[in-house]
Ligand binder design. Structure first.
Ligand SMILES: C[S@@+](CC[C@H](N)C(=O)[O-])C[C@H]1O[C@@H](n2cnc3c(N)ncnc32)[C@H](O)[C@@H]1O
Length: 229
């Protein structure tokens, strides 16, 4: 039987995003102040953004591609921590604007290019990167579920269609020696993720993980590395 824990948890998070009238327009994370626009995934309800950002091996002097940049925390930190170029993509127009604002706020506007994009679609055909990363929408909704708003896409991936495309397309976007890392968790469907990676001749290796108690449940936050089988 399908385990609905991840879907229930993500639905609860989505409700908090849309129903929380006291939601701050600013937040503090990783000792920095950030702007938060309505309709954008908030790093304040879960430790995921902060954890993953501190785990990433940003390539010093290299290029970093973030899929789904949200408020832009990870993209900005990548620029501040020595990446020569950062490309931040998001499906959501609000997220694109939010990332642009936070890059400018932190003096990184010249090193962070922000584009609206469905996964890799806005990139030029020849563009390649040293590190590709996505903190993904790992909750698997029930069959027939439709993402009604851009914000739904921050949580749910119906049929794991976006994951399937990411796993298939990311390796071709790497420079020689480059790495693909996927931010995920125990409330996502890891078995399906593995099967989809295998389908495209890739395998997943756990790069790092940590369990955290969040709202009375323990979630294991995981970062998976994608490599050739
Ligand atoms: C879990 S949120 C993470 C946001 C941000 N990186 C963070 O860690 O706070 C997932 C992000 O992926 C974006 N996203 C979902 N599907 C996408 C797609 N097909 N192409 C680009 N971005 C997508 C969402 O809009 C959302 O901003």
């Amino acid at each position: 039987m399908r385990d609905s824990t991840g879907f229930d948890r993500a639905s609860d998070l989505l409700r908090r995003h849309t129903g929380d009238t006291g939601r701050p327009g600013e937040f503090t994370l990783l000792d920095r102040e950030w702007e938060l626009l309505d309709g954008v995934f908030s790093p304040t309800y879960t430790p995921v953004t902060g954890l993953f950002t501190t785990w990433l091996p940003f390539p010093d002097g290299g290029s970093f591609l973030e899929i789904g940049s949200g408020t832009g925390v990870t993209a900005v930190v990548a620029a501040q921590e020595g990446c020569a170029s950062v490309t931040a993509l998001d499906l959501s127009e609000e997220a694109v604007e939010n990332t642009r604002r936070n890059a400018a706020r932190h003096g990184a506007g010249d090193r962070v290019r922000v584009l609206r994009s469905d996964l890799f679609s806005a990139l030029g055909p020849e563009e390649r990167f040293d590190l590709i990363y996505w903190n993904s929408n790992f909750a698997e909704p029930p069959e027939g579920f439709v993402n009604e708003t851009d914000l739904h896409h921050a949580f749910f991936d119906p049929g794991y269609d976006a994951h399937r495309r990411f796993l298939r397309e990311a390796p071709a976007r790497l420079n020689p020696g480059g790495r693909v890392l996927l931010g995920f968790s125990s409330i996502g469907n890891v078995e399906l993720l593995r099967a989809l990676a295998a389908e495209s001749g890739q395998k997943l290796t756990l790069f790092r993980s940590q369990g955290r108690e969040v709202d009375t449940m323990v979630i294991e936050f995981q970062m998976w590395e994608l490599t050739a089988e």
